[in-house]
Write a protein that binds this ligand. Structure first.
Ligand code: SF4
Length: 348
């Protein structure tokens, strides 16, 4: 039996029942693919249902304010995905409201790269293009014993060519789903259960005991430490101050407390000095405390943020401050959400 026949046979028995597998609506398939990038199925599922319910058509998504889309996305991270989703929905509407139907045309949509275009084109329109995502790299590198790095151009090309060769042209949708599912639940990154795998006899990684070392990925990123000192304002009328981040860069467009940066942890007196440099600061009352003794650590792909939250109680109201309740309605990044939900949980 060929690789793809065996794979599809495995899939028919083991596949999970997921909502986007029972639709050919390209909009729903696209939503699921964007949500599932960098996100596990269990975590992504409720978001998928929420998006489909709130924006049942691409038109409704296109017409929504960006703030609402980001709010619905909150908790999923990598917010550029949400912004691209929104912008691409507007592109579809501008193109007459018809979803692009080929791999080539899908690539024109904002945020839609090779993988997503292949997924939508094959799942919704049965176009014979292979998907190559992290799961596929893992499966192919192990079964065929390929150690070319998957994040270098030679590797990308080699795996793509192999994927094209293996694709089942009569049912590209089923084949693509099958290989992704196989990587997601059978040939998993750590300790796959090879005893129940249909490829055990032929799998090079299994036979040569190279499972843990495949696929090969070259590490390139140097982690940078950032120290953010967030200023948590509380006014007598239970208001606070938020600011919106710039429209590009990390957490673009999301809201957070004003903050100052430093090379490391700060003493209270140093923090006060920095506070004095803020436009709106004019010697208000200051409760000398930090919410956490230890900073909250948040890791991004190549940055590590150490977040300190300083509580500053003002004895006057401040221009541009908003009710704490209202602050919860803003699209917040994960650090803000974590801090606010714990510190101001009585407002939730
Ligand atoms: S034998 Fe193990 S490593 Fe090889 S494909 Fe199967 S699960 Fe993956």
């Amino acid at each position: 039996m060929s690789f793809n026949q065996q794979l599809i046979k495995w899939y028919e028995i083991h596949k999970r029942d997921l909502p986007w597998r029972s639709t050919q609506n390209p909009y729903y398939i696209w939503l699921s693919e964007v949500i599932l990038q960098q996100t596990r199925v269990n975590q992504g599922l409720p978001y998928y249902y929420r998006f489909v319910k709130t924006y049942p058509t691409v038109h409704e998504l296109a017409l929504a304010p960006q703030e609402d889309v980001l709010k619905l996305w909150q908790g999923l991270g990598y917010y550029s995905r949400a912004r691209n989703l929104h912008a691409a929905a507007q592109q579809v509407v501008d193109m007459g409201g018809v979803f692009p139907q080929t791999y080539k045309d899908l690539l024109q949509l904002k945020g839609v790269g090779d993988y997503t275009a292949a997924a939508i084109a094959s799942f919704a329109f049965q176009e014979a293009v292979p998907v190559v995502d992290g799961n596929v790299y893992r499966v192919l590198s192990r079964v065929y014993g390929i150690s070319t790095p998957i994040n270098e151009s030679a590797g990308i090309k080699e795996f793509k060519n192999l994927a094209i060769k293996l694709l089942d042209h009569n049912q590209p949708d089923v084949y693509n789903q099958a290989i992704m599912e196989f990587g997601a639940i059978q040939c998993v990154p750590r300790n796959p259960d090879c005893t129940v795998c249909p490829f055990q006899n032929d799998c090079v990684a299994f036979n040569d005991q190279r499972i843990e070392e495949l696929p090969v990925k070259i590490k390139k990123v140097k982690i940078k430490n950032l120290h953010h000192h967030y200023i948590v304002i509380q006014t007598p009328k239970a208001k606070t101050l938020l600011q919106q981040r710039p429209q590009s860069g990390i957490w673009a467009g999301l809201f957070e407390f004003p903050f100052v940066e430093s090379d490391g942890a700060l003493l209270s007196v140093e923090f006060r000095e920095k506070l004095k440099q803020q436009d709106w600061w004019s010697g208000f009352r200051f409760r000398e405390s930090v919410y956490n003794q230890d900073p909250i650590i948040h890791k991004l792909s190549h940055r590590k943020i150490h977040a300190y939250f300083w509580i500053v109680e003002l004895d006057v109201e401040l221009k541009d401050s908003i009710d704490i309740k209202e602050a919860f309605q803003k699209p917040l990044h994960i650090l803000m959400h974590r801090f606010m939900s714990s510190f101001w949980n009585s407002y939730l």
